[in-house]
Design a protein around this ligand. Structure first.
Ligand SMILES: Nc1ncnc2c1ncn2[C@@H]1O[C@H](COP(=O)(O)OP(=O)(O)OP(=O)(O)O)[C@@H](O)[C@H]1O
Ligand SMILES: [Mg+2]
Length: 396
């Protein structure tokens, strides 16, 4: 059997040291350097994004010590193993490294053979630990999900105008966020006439409405109601089939659903209606990040600005918003720069008008799943990168 690759993150505040380590490791079979970080905060964020098997960690970092970062990484991402590198060759440091949960402690500069052998055994440990955590999760039938103690992030796609591409972006973003050991739940919070199941070609055998009649709402019940999609890591919570069922939900019940989903997935991607109704408001309240799709016409922009103003006025954090200019083409009378300017932003993300979108929706096959190179899909992969960076950054 092909050996599983060991994915490594290098953490050091000196770029040259990172580069040297990368060079040492890059030609090793079965070892892949997936990223670098220059501070403790960045390291923790990148571990959240990339889920590396092994982190090579410097002790002296500008914001916090490598030991503190190690402790946090081990607590939040228990499968990831940390190897501490330090110039200090002292027993006391070694003891503290072990106490922080480090896998091993090496003195700089480590001999290449020693480094490699420690990386390999730490990698094997990470793979074993990941498998064990997955087994525990599946045996208790609470499938998928983040490591113990890690809460997922809620990303809400909301805009005050109908037909601007909320559902298109929500469905495509969910598939674009796929990564190893990453669970994603798509939620259709458009409680009336939700169409996310159609966009993802899922037969809604169960919907949120099934949760209403149970005695207790818990992870196990939710797990039964989540529907599989064509990608292993993405599941769907469909909206009720009958519009009148929307009336049976209360804010408290919806809040509880979001709380539980955060325990079960790394990313909870929520589609909403254009109305500030119950589904939208509870989703926005639970949001770690809000993506607002815009189209380049003045009334739409004005309404978007008004909606932002109202919601920020009622207590939503302005830092949580990301504007996305959808259906953009260069000949548009209002350029992306002018629109960014209108919102007092330096720049704005765009998704181009793409003639592949409609057919992909009709087939229920998101572009980020089937036509990853189409122009709109590429922009959504870009958006997924921004989303990952933003949501893990807010942890610091
Ligand atoms: N980037 C794009 N390029 C081309 N067409 C697009 C693009 N984005 C969205 N569309 C088209 O716009 C239509 C509306 O998209 P979508 O249903 O995702 O919007 P919505 O905001 O969810 O609408 P609703 O108000 O019905 O919930 C779709 O039929 C799709 O074909
Ligand atoms: Mg929609």
């Amino acid at each position: 059997m092909e050996q599983e690759v060991i994915r490594v993150l290098i953490v050091d505040d000196i770029a040259e040291t990172r580069e040297n380590l990368r060079r040492l490791l890059q030609f090793e079979r079965g070892v892949e350097v997936v990223g670098e970080a220059g501070s403790a905060g960045e390291a923790i964020r990148r571990v959240g994004e990339l889920k590396p098997d092994v982190v090579i960690m410097d002790i002296n970092l500008p914001d916090r010590t490598g030991l503190e970062a190690t402790e946090e990484i081990r607590r939040r991402f228990p499968a990831t193993q940390v190897i501490i590198l330090s110039v200090q060759d002292e027993r006391d440091y070694m003891r503290r490294a072990m106490k922080a949960g480090a896998y091993d402690y090496l003195v700089k500069p480590p001999p290449i053979d020693e480094l490699l052998s420690v990386v390999r055994s730490a990698g094997a440990e990470a793979h074993k630990e990941r498998q064990r955590l997955t087994d525990v999760a599946t045996s208790s039938s609470v499938a998928l999900g983040t490591g113990p103690g890690t809460l997922g992030k809620v990303i809400v796609i909301y805009g005050p105008r109908g037909g601007v591409g909320r559902t298109f972006i929500a469905s495509n973003l969910a598939f674009a966020l796929q990564a190893p050991d990453t669970a994603i739940v798509l939620v259709d919070a458009k409680l009336q006439f939700g169409d996310l199941a159609m966009f993802t070609d899922v037969q809604p055998r169960h919907t949120m409405a099934d949760l209403l009649d149970a005695d207790t709402l818990d992870r196990e019940l939710l797990n039964e109601v989540l529907l599989p999609t064509s990608a292993d890591r993405v599941r769907l919570l469909a909206s009720p089939l009958a519009p009148e069922e929307a009336e049976r939900f209360t804010p408290e019940f919806l809040r509880q659903i979001f709380e539980l989903l955060k325990q079960m997935a790394d990313y909870v991607v929520v589609d909403t209606s254009c109305m500030l109704d119950l589904g939208t408001l509870t989703a926005l309240e639970s949001a770690d990040l809000i993506l607002m799709p815009l189209i380049a016409d003045l009334p739409a922009l004005r309404n978007a600005r008004l909606a932002m103003h109202v919601l920020i006025g009622s207590g939503l954090d302005p830092e949580k918003w990301v504007l996305v200019l959808n259906r953009y083409h260069k000949r548009s009378a209002l350029s992306a720069d002018r629109i960014a300017n209108y919102f007092k932003l330096r720049s704005i993300l765009t998704i181009p008008e793409d003639d592949k979108v409609l057919a992909s929706i009709n087939k229920g096959q998101p572009l980020t799943l089937r036509q990853r190179n189409s122009p709109a899909a590429r922009s959504i992969f870009q958006l997924a990168r921004v989303v990952r960076e933003r949501v893990w950054q807010t942890e610091d």
